[in-house]
Design a protein around this ligand. Structure first.
Ligand code: AMP
Length: 282
């Protein structure tokens, strides 16, 4: 496994792979890898000849009062995981290598980035798309693997690839959860013991909401107020948003008459957790 910090060196290896006609899968991450990330690497291994994992804590996607400086980092452990899962190249650019100039041209996201995490984190998706676009241009993968955990990100990146004519395929990967249902996240390490226990209310409530849908409930407001009440049973849970949106357009829906994404963001102290389910059987 190659561990490379420089763009030029990385490109050399990729050129060699391309000459040999090998397909390339990319798994973009911010490190502090867990089973969720590893499931993406595994899928990439199954679908591509060579797998690149990028590790870059992207400052452009953090707001001024967010956790960029304290975002968990565990490089040695990450490299060991990548090695065990058979990744071929780990690309770990420094800030200076990937963002050498201040006057960057950005990728701007329209409608799809306006609600859910986009309204709680202004500029977040502009930061994500700009860096992901750079990674696509540098690493030229045939396929890139993204988790459904970040459903809005997945929808926006898929749309970016279509709208900006990137020559690759985006592969969605299912959410990997802890045994008690909590969606795996690098940020889970921030949770204190009582917060970690209480955080299971998120996935439990989403599963209950799914049952309401299965039983025929189609009123968004009713499902959202059920979720609000259910999550609020844990007093330390501070709801950022609970939304039900059209799965294709991410626009709000009053009546659930098409496939939907039910997405929530909840704070436990300063730790913001997101989770979601989709429901397509309408
Ligand atoms: P991050 O390092 O948080 O930027 O995540 C890198 C990639 O891993 C993104 O495509 C995420 O959606 C994906 N990911 C993070 N957590 C999970 C999870 N629990 N299950 C599946 N994919 C995940």
């Amino acid at each position: 496994m190659e561990v490379i910090l420089k763009i030029k060196e990385t490109k050399k290896i990729i050129d060699e792979w391309k000459k040999q006609g090998l397909s390339i899968g990319l798994v973009p991450t911010m490190g502090c890898l867990h089973q969720g990330h590893l499931s993406l690497i595994e899928k990439a291994k199954n679908e591509c000849d060579k797998v690149i994992v990028s590790i870059f804590v992207n400052p452009l996607q953090f707001g001024p009062n967010e956790d960029f400086s304290r975002y968990p980092r565990s490089l040695e452990k990450d490299l060991e995981c990548c090695r065990n899962f058979g990744a071929d190249l780990i690309f770990i650019p420094s800030l200076k290598e990937l963002l050498p100039d201040e006057n960057l041209v950005y990728v701007e996201v329209d409608l799809l980035g306006d609600n859910l995490c986009g309204s709680s984190r202004p500029g977040h998706f502009k930061g994500v798309c700009t860096i992901v676009a750079k990674l696509f241009n540098i690493l030229t993968p045939d396929k890139a693997f993204f988790g459904e955990k970040d459903a809005q990100q997945l929808a926006i990146i898929t749309r970016m690839v279509k709208d900006l004519n990137f020559n690759l395929e985006i592969i969605p990967c299912p959410i990997i959860r802890e045994a008690d249902g909590l969606a795996m996240s690098s940020r889970n390490v921030y949770l204190k013991k009582d917060e970690r226990l209480a955080a299971t209310i998120i996935s439990k409530s989403l599963q209950e909401a799914r049952k309401l849908l299965e039983n025929g409930e189609r009123d968004s407001l009713k499902i959202k107020s059920f979720l609000r009440e259910s999550i609020k049973t844990k007093q330390i849970a501070d709801i950022d948003y609970i939304e039900i949106v059209d799965l294709a357009t991410l626009q709000f829906l009053d009546i659930i008459d098409r496939p939907v994404l039910i997405a929530v963001a909840v704070y436990f102290s300063k730790t913001r957790l997101i989770d979601n389910i989709t429901y397509k059987e309408v």
